[in-house]
Design a protein around this ligand. Structure first.
Ligand SMILES: [Zn+2]
Length: 269
């Protein structure tokens, strides 16, 4: 089996996790910028984090033969501090040219507040001006449907953005169709406690087809499983999906979306 892990927060994982990913057939790992589990106090905290994602973490991954890619942004959860948001967004352009940076993400909404939406739109604007791919985080549970609608409306109203260059992540049964119908890619996040199980993910794949869908583990500092994607592949096989269908979902699809960035290359070249 081979796969690409398109959404993993490796700065919060151990070297054992890298080893497990590499031995399970992972060919690349992609890491969006996100909330650290606590609010950062200053723009310098973000500068250090962006250096970690673009310098230190790729070197750590390389020790296991894994290419490491990053998405950079100011995350939705800290967006109530508009002054800090402005400072961090102003800092982003100097990092976007780094060799492992694929685009702006994971931007989005957390509580669907006015300030979050404002900061989201500023970062969509930055992505448009700098011609970057976009990875979108959608809110949890009861806020997800409304938040997904707000996000899709905001991106659609910016005519510079091609939806084929945007992935709406953490979709669930009630939001996946919204994202796909609007022309976006959609990411299904496999979590043991919240978000989606493998069985639910495969139900969605069977219902909507494999076009413009990927699965990710979004493993981070919380309860999450770095090998959730290859485990979902086992479930696909158990349910009768062919090896080719599994390969398309785990490898072909992420490669197609991420390959829109000329920087995205697999180890095998
Ligand atoms: Zn994430």
């Amino acid at each position: 089996m081979r796969f690409i892990e398109p959404h993993a927060h490796m700065v919060s994982r151990t070297t054992d996790d890298y080893l497990s990913l590499a031995t399970a057939g992972c060919e690349a790992v992609c890491e969006p910028a996100f909330w650290a589990g606590f609010d950062r106090g200053s723009v310098e905290g973000f500068r250090d984090y962006f250096c970690q994602l673009t310098d230190h973490e790729p070197r750590r991954a390389a020790k296991f033969g894994l290419p490491h890619f990053a998405w950079l942004c100011f995350n939705p959860k800290e967006s109530e501090d508009l002054k800090l948001a402005g400072e961090v967004i102003a800092l982003l352009p100097e990092f976007l040219d780094r060799p492992n940076v694929l685009g702006i993400g994971e931007i989005g909404l957390n509580r669907n507040s006015r300030n979050e939406l404002k900061v989201f739109e500023q970062q969509v604007d930055l992505a448009a001006r700098c011609r970057q791919l976009i990875l979108v985080h959608t809110p949890h549970l009861e806020d997800k449907l409304k938040g997904t609608r707000l996000i899709i409306d905001a991106i659609k109203s910016d005519r510079r953005i091609n939806p084929a260059r945007v992935i709406i992540d953490h979709v669930e049964e009630h939001t996946v169709e919204l994202a796909l119908e609007a022309g976006f890619w959609a990411g299904i996040t496999l979590y043991p406690e919240s978000k989606c199980t493998a069985a639910r993910a495969i139900d969605m794949i069977e219902k909507y087809g494999p076009e413009r869908l990927w699965m990710n583990s979004a493993c981070d500092w919380g309860v999450s499983v770095p090998l959730a994607v290859p485990r979902a592949a086992l479930e696909m096989r158990r349910r009768g999906h062919s090896a080719g269908a599994v390969d398309r979902m785990l490898h072909g699809n992420p490669l197609k979306f991420l390959g829109q960035s000329p920087k995205f290359k697999l180890a095998q070249g």
